[in-house]
Design a protein around this ligand. Structure first.
Ligand code: OOG
Ligand code: MG
Length: 263
């Protein structure tokens, strides 16, 4: 079907994905529910569902980049980079507890976070992106697709705010660390479950920050000073279980960790 998608359609689709996220209830993929969105429309749905979160009192604190590594693209069967907003409600304190009841089928992935000291938007060189960084930190991202069986098309996942649902940022470090090839080991209860290198993130995570500036510019947005940018996972994501203790050890950067509550 190629009937035109109206603004009202986009708003009702945003209500569907937002309620699924808010109530932690899995839904059928939009593409299987008869909603065939273009990528641009999927980003409009994402923005409308962010507005619903903001109306509930959530505050945007940053953005996350997704599918910036081959490992993630292969795991999820997609072949393009995506991005979506992070809000304060998604933050899990470093060393704190993740409330299992707020999630459907959460997975966790090892990441790197940037904190900006200057705004960034549009086409910027790697050097410009790097000079806008206040600090870097090891980070864990919790993703929780609202779609049954964690299955989606690129448009589906973009409309679902790129599966964003939680993130933990470890202690901030000086922005002078060379991030091009740092070992990253993610452990469950002390046992390594994913091992990779920061090089897996677009060859160098700074490229992901430059890409974040570019996509923000395309969306006529600015990454503001104080904003957090997650560069994307360096390995495949790992399914979480109640009670598990998750820890990322990132070479030179240190650790980020949280404990999942009991079911
Ligand atoms: C989409 C989110 C991808 C990453 O770091 O690559 C992502 C998903 O896999 O559900 O956050
Ligand atoms: Mg991620």
């Amino acid at each position: 079907m190629n009937t035109k998608t109206t603004q009202a359609d986009l708003e009702s689709i945003a209500a569907i994905v937002d309620s699924a996220a808010h109530n932690a209830e899995a839904i059928q993929q939009l593409s299987l529910q008869g909603h065939t969105l273009s990528l641009a429309e999927a980003y409009q749905v994402q923005r409308l569902s962010l507005s619903r979160r903001i109306q509930r009192g959530e505050r945007q604190v940053g953005i996350k980049m997704g599918f910036t590594s081959r490992a993630k693209m292969v795991q999820m069967g997609v072949d393009d980079m995506i991005w979506g907003p992070l809000t304060d409600v998604m933050a899990i304190e470093d060393g704190g507890e993740m409330d299992w009841s707020r999630f459907i089928h959460p997975r966790v992935e090892p990441e790197i976070a940037f904190l900006l000291k200057r705004p960034l938007s549009g086409n910027v060189s790697l050097a410009e992106a790097m000079s806008a960084i206040e600090a870097v930190a090891p980070a864990l991202e919790v993703i929780d697709s609202r779609y049954q069986n964690f299955k989606f098309s690129l448009e589906d996942v973009v409309a679902d705010n790129c599966s964003s649902s939680g993130f933990t940022v470890g202690a901030w470090q000086k922005a002078t660390v060379d991030l091009s090839n740092l070992g990253m080991v993610m452990e469950f209860d002390g046992n390594p479950v994913q091992i990779g290198s920061s090089a897996a993130i677009l060859g160098n995570p700074y490229r992901s920050l430059a890409a974040a500036a570019r996509v923000a510019g395309e969306a006529e947005l600015e990454l503001e000073a104080g904003c957090i940018v997650l560069a994307g996972a360096s390995t495949a994501a790992e399914a979480l279980k109640p009670g598990v203790h998750v820890k990322l050890n990132a070479e030179q950067l240190g650790c980020a960790e949280f404990k999942v509550s009991r079911a």
